[in-house]
Design a protein around this ligand. Structure first.
Ligand code: FMN
Length: 227
């Protein structure tokens, strides 16, 4: 499978979340060979969308001449678009949001009603694409934390989306925590294998992956310097 990873962490290669993403990709490779390209979004020149809508009227040409043209081409050539990012203020970090806004040329101005919501008609054919979100965060709780990012992802990519959330993710960059992060990464790897084999991840496994790695009170105490 041709996989394009958009690493939205401003920390680039040092991202906590990227540990989770790499484990997932290893799991996918356990099932079959995969063609993976990782883009560290922070290293690319991506102007903010100007909101002029000219791209939606003129066949997808944006007024900005930057790295986004090549990224859009790469998105269209991929089979799986993997958004890997840390939760920032209950959403995605600004550089990745700038990239998401700049995918506007893939849609046209025309809109249609789907159920009780509206969406734009496509200007390019990306019906072959599947979407995966892998999101780490600093708090131990998944509820009252990940919901806005999950909702945004589902609305942007209503079909073929899969979402993996992992709390307490700074622990993945702490070698002394390997005794507890290792088993969690093994679960994520299993999820990657399952996803490559079946196109889905079972709900029990997803729920285990999104539970705190260590008890939340203990985690909070460590972060607060108490233990
Ligand atoms: C600006 C900023 C906003 C953040 N907002 C949240 C948040 O809303 N919820 C949360 O649980 N963690 C939040 N965090 C913590 C990060 O998600 C956490 O440190 C994560 O492990 C960083 O992952 P990365 O190394 O992949 O960038 C925030 C961190 C920063 C720097």
């Amino acid at each position: 499978m041709k996989i394009l990873v958009l690493n939205g962490s401003p920390k680039g290669e040092k991202s906590d979340t990227l540990h989770i993403t790499r484990a997932f990709l290893e799991g996918m490779r356990d099932a079959a060979p995969q063609e993976v390209h990782i883009i560290h979004v922070i290293d690319r020149q991506i102007e903010y969308c100007s909101g002029c809508f000219s791209c939606m009227r003129n066949g997808g040409n944006c007024i900005h001449e930057d790295d986004m043209k090549a990224i859009l081409e790469e998105i269209l050539e991929s089979e799986l678009l993997l958004f890997s990012f840390p939760l920032y203020c209950y959403g995605m970090p600004a550089p990745l949001k700038a990239l998401l806004d700049r995918t506007l040329p893939l849609s046209s101005m025309a809109m249609r009603k789907v159920g009780d919501r509206y969406e734009h008609l496509d200007q390019a054919d990306f019906s072959h694409l599947k979407y995966l979100m892998i999101c780490g965060c600093g708090f131990p709780n998944s509820r009252q934390n990940f919901e806005p990012a999950i909702m945004q992802f589902k609305l942007c990519f209503p079909c073929e989306h899969t979402i993996l959330t992992v709390p307490e993710s700074p622990m993945f960059n702490a070698p002394e925590a390997a005794v507890v992060t290792g088993p969690r990464l093994a679960l994520v790897r299993r999820a990657g294998r399952q996803y490559a084999e079946t196109g889905e991840i079972d709900a029990a496994l997803l729920s285990e992956i999104s539970s705190p790695i260590i008890p939340e009170e203990q985690y909070a105490a460590i972060v607060n310097g108490g233990v």
